[in-house]
Ligand binder design. Structure first.
Ligand SMILES: NC(=O)c1ccc[n+]([C@@H]2O[C@H](COP(=O)([O-])OP(=O)(O)OC[C@H]3O[C@@H](n4cnc5c(N)ncnc54)[C@H](OP(=O)(O)O)[C@@H]3O)[C@@H](O)[C@H]2O)c1
Length: 576
């Protein structure tokens, strides 16, 4: 058997059996990581001498152990499947079942991401993809549906058509109810048939509304989990509406799954710039020493969309912008930004540090929040005019908030968040505003407004990924005139290769068992406890959102909130 390590694997020295289906036993050492109350699991530890070169060539998201089985992972009351491999059974098959395959997310993101991974040779040799939903469809109809969205970022590439055909031939469909054990048992038979006796690793992607998560997991675990390899489940947000419902969802899922089988996805964590945040900070001496209250005046996390709910308000109205964007995407980025240096790049070390930051945060108070809702005009419908939204809805489509981390590093530094729909622009960015230079020799060149001389580091997550640092610079010439210039790293100029979609990275990580970019249950609890009291107060007091015009910069209240903490929003200074 030839040694074959996927070029998409991270620079790991630890692989699960599934990654090792071509690995000679002579070069692998069997290590038994016994766990307290879940079954022991066998992991092969590969000595780096086998292929040391790969450590610098591998493509996927982490530079740390793949498939590392954490000793801290939660134990299920009823673990799904033992990851035990018989020595002779070395060929494995990966099956990915997209539950809710008829839906929007599946078509728009999941199938295209799987195709991109296939195109890049990041999927194992033996794999099969199943769509599962109630809609009646044949295999051919599923292929026809997904072929319309597969082109995504690869369509101009070599052999794309052939690769697409090859990929589609690996896609199948099974129609069933989400609460039917019988239907999942039928799926199991089809999966077994395709697996053809090989070691079976199964990934279920729950791309369905949250009210059917638990039924689907119960049926999948009872009737369609792998008996020989691993079974993992990716769960899409929302993970509850508040602390209680989130804890209840976790409790219910853990009846059928161990914590380390649950991959709670926050697709912002798969975005290139968010991934780069830690690299920028921890591998550049110029940044890490500045990363504290001593030099940073405030940090801003900004998300805006230039469209409203446009007929898809049913889901949104039940959640609102705080739950939809702030409590998960922006807070996750904040935690990565503010965490202490983890002991290593291991998923548990990183997630431990994120939890510590979240636990050090103050619960958000009503006086530190501004909420808004967009209204219509001549050409655009307002939020409550959307036919899928109740006329009297108070759901915020915009929110700004000031958060604080009560620890030694960040004491007193405002972390401002702003998120909104139907604004003047589409963007997601992190802005770090540094303190003024004490005793600045060039003070008179800036007039009265020292904010104009503030250094600002901007990480633009989307669109047009970029990192730039605003500095003060002398305008060339005989006089002494200063202006603000950017040291600019625009990704499209520096890296001509297209950037993978976040879903590609996250799917690959779930397949490889890399949990770093997925949210652990204690992280989720800590995140909800920051926002839950505020959300309850907004709802019980029926606080009316400030109306703002469709396509505007949002409510003026956001500026007053920032001003209360001596901050100006970096995105509205008029310089960009
Ligand atoms: N769309 C996005 O961009 C996006 C982004 C982030 C997170 N999410 C989350 O990802 C999940 C999937 O999103 P989606 O936009 O694809 O959702 P969706 O289109 O509303 O639902 C996916 C599928 O689930 C089934 N379904 C829908 N409502 C159901 C109900 N009440 N009872 C039983 N089955 C139902 C339908 O399939 P059948 O009728 O064929 O069974 C539907 O095709 C959701 O949890 C959503 O919150 C979506």
């Amino acid at each position: 058997m030839a040694t074959q390590i996927s070029p998409c694997s991270s620079s790991s020295t630890t692989f699960s059996p599934s990654s090792l289906n071509q690995e000679p036993f002579s070069s692998a050492k069997l290590v038994n990581f016994s766990r307290k109350s879940s079954p022991s699991r066998w992991v092969f530890k590969i000595h780096s001498r086998i292929n040391p070169k790969n450590q610098f060539e591998l493509k996927s998201s982490n530079g740390y152990p793949l498939n590392a089985v954490s000793l801290q992972d939660g134990a299920a009351e009823k673990p799904l499947a033992k990851e035990i491999v018989l020595p002779e059974q070395t060929e494995s098959n990966l099956s990915v079942t997209v539950v809710g395959a008829s839906g929007d997310l599946a078509k728009k993101k999941i199938f295209p991401a799987l195709f991109a991974l296939f195109y890049e040779d990041c999927l194992p040799r033996n794999f099969v993809i199943f769509g599962y939903a109630r809609t009646k469809m044949t295999d051919e109809e599923l292929r026809e549906t997904i072929s319309r969205t597969l082109t995504c970022r690869i369509d101009k590439r070599e052999n794309c058509g052939d690769k697409m055909e090859e990929f589609l031939q690996r896609c199948f469909y099974h129609s069933g109810q989400y609460n039917s054990e019988e239907n999942f048992a039928e799926l199991d038979s089809k999966l077994k048939h395709k697996e053809d006796g090989k070691l079976s690793n199964r990934l279920f992607y729950l791309s369905i509304p949250p009210n059917i998560f638990v039924d689907s997991v119960r049926c999948a675990s009872g009737k369609a989990s792998s008996k020989t390899g691993w079974t993992r489940v990716i769960v899409e947000k929302p993970f509850g509406r508040d602390s209680e419902s989130s804890a209840e969802l976790t409790r219910s899922l853990k009846k059928y799954l161990a914590e380390d089988q649950i991959f709670r996805i926050d697709h912002y964590l798969g975005k290139e710039l968010v991934e780069n945040l830690s690299v920028l900070r921890f591998s550049n001496l110029v940044f890490e020493p500045l990363w504290s209250r001593n030099y940073i005046r405030n940090v801003q996390f900004i998300f805006s969309e230039d469209f409203g709910t446009e007929g898809r308000g049913g889901y949104f109205d039940n959640y609102g912008i705080i739950r939809d964007i702030m409590q998960n995407h922006l807070l996750q980025i904040l935690a990565l930004f503010a965490m202490e240096t983890p002991v290593s790049l291991d998923a548990e070390d990183i997630r431990n540090e994120k939890v510590k930051v979240l636990k050090s945060m103050r619960r958000l108070k009503l006086e530190d929040v501004v909420i808004g809702q967009y209204k219509g005009g001549k050409s655009y419908l307002g939020y409550t005019e959307d036919p899928t939204v109740p006329n009297d809805s108070l759901t915020p489509t915009f929110a700004a908030a000031a958060l604080f981390i009560d620890n030694a590093r960040w004491d007193g530094v405002p972390f401002l968040m702003k998120a909104g729909k139907a604004l003047n622009t589409r963007r997601a960015e992190i802005r770090v505003q540094f303190r003024h230079v004490p005793g600045n020799l060039y003070k008179k060149n800036f007039g009265m407004d020292m904010d104009k001389a503030t250094n600002e580091l901007v990480l633009r997550v989307q669109p047009d990924e970029a990192i730039y640092l605003k500095i003060n610079n002398k305008v060339p010439g005989l006089g002494m005139r200063l202006d603000r210039s950017d040291l600019n790293l625009l990704y499209s100029m520096r890296y001509p290769k297209e950037i993978p979609d976040a879903y590609e990275r996250l799917l690959l990580d779930a397949i490889e068992g890399e949990r770093r970019l997925f949210i652990r249950s204690d992280e989720l609890d800590a995140a909800w406890s920051i926002f839950t009291p505020l959300l309850k107060e907004l709802e019980t007091k029926k606080i009316a959102p400030e109306l703002y015009p469709y396509g505007s910069r949002g409510p003026v209240g956001a500026h007053y909130l920032a001003a209360k903490y001596n901050v100006r929003w970096g995105d509205v200074t008029g310089e960009e």
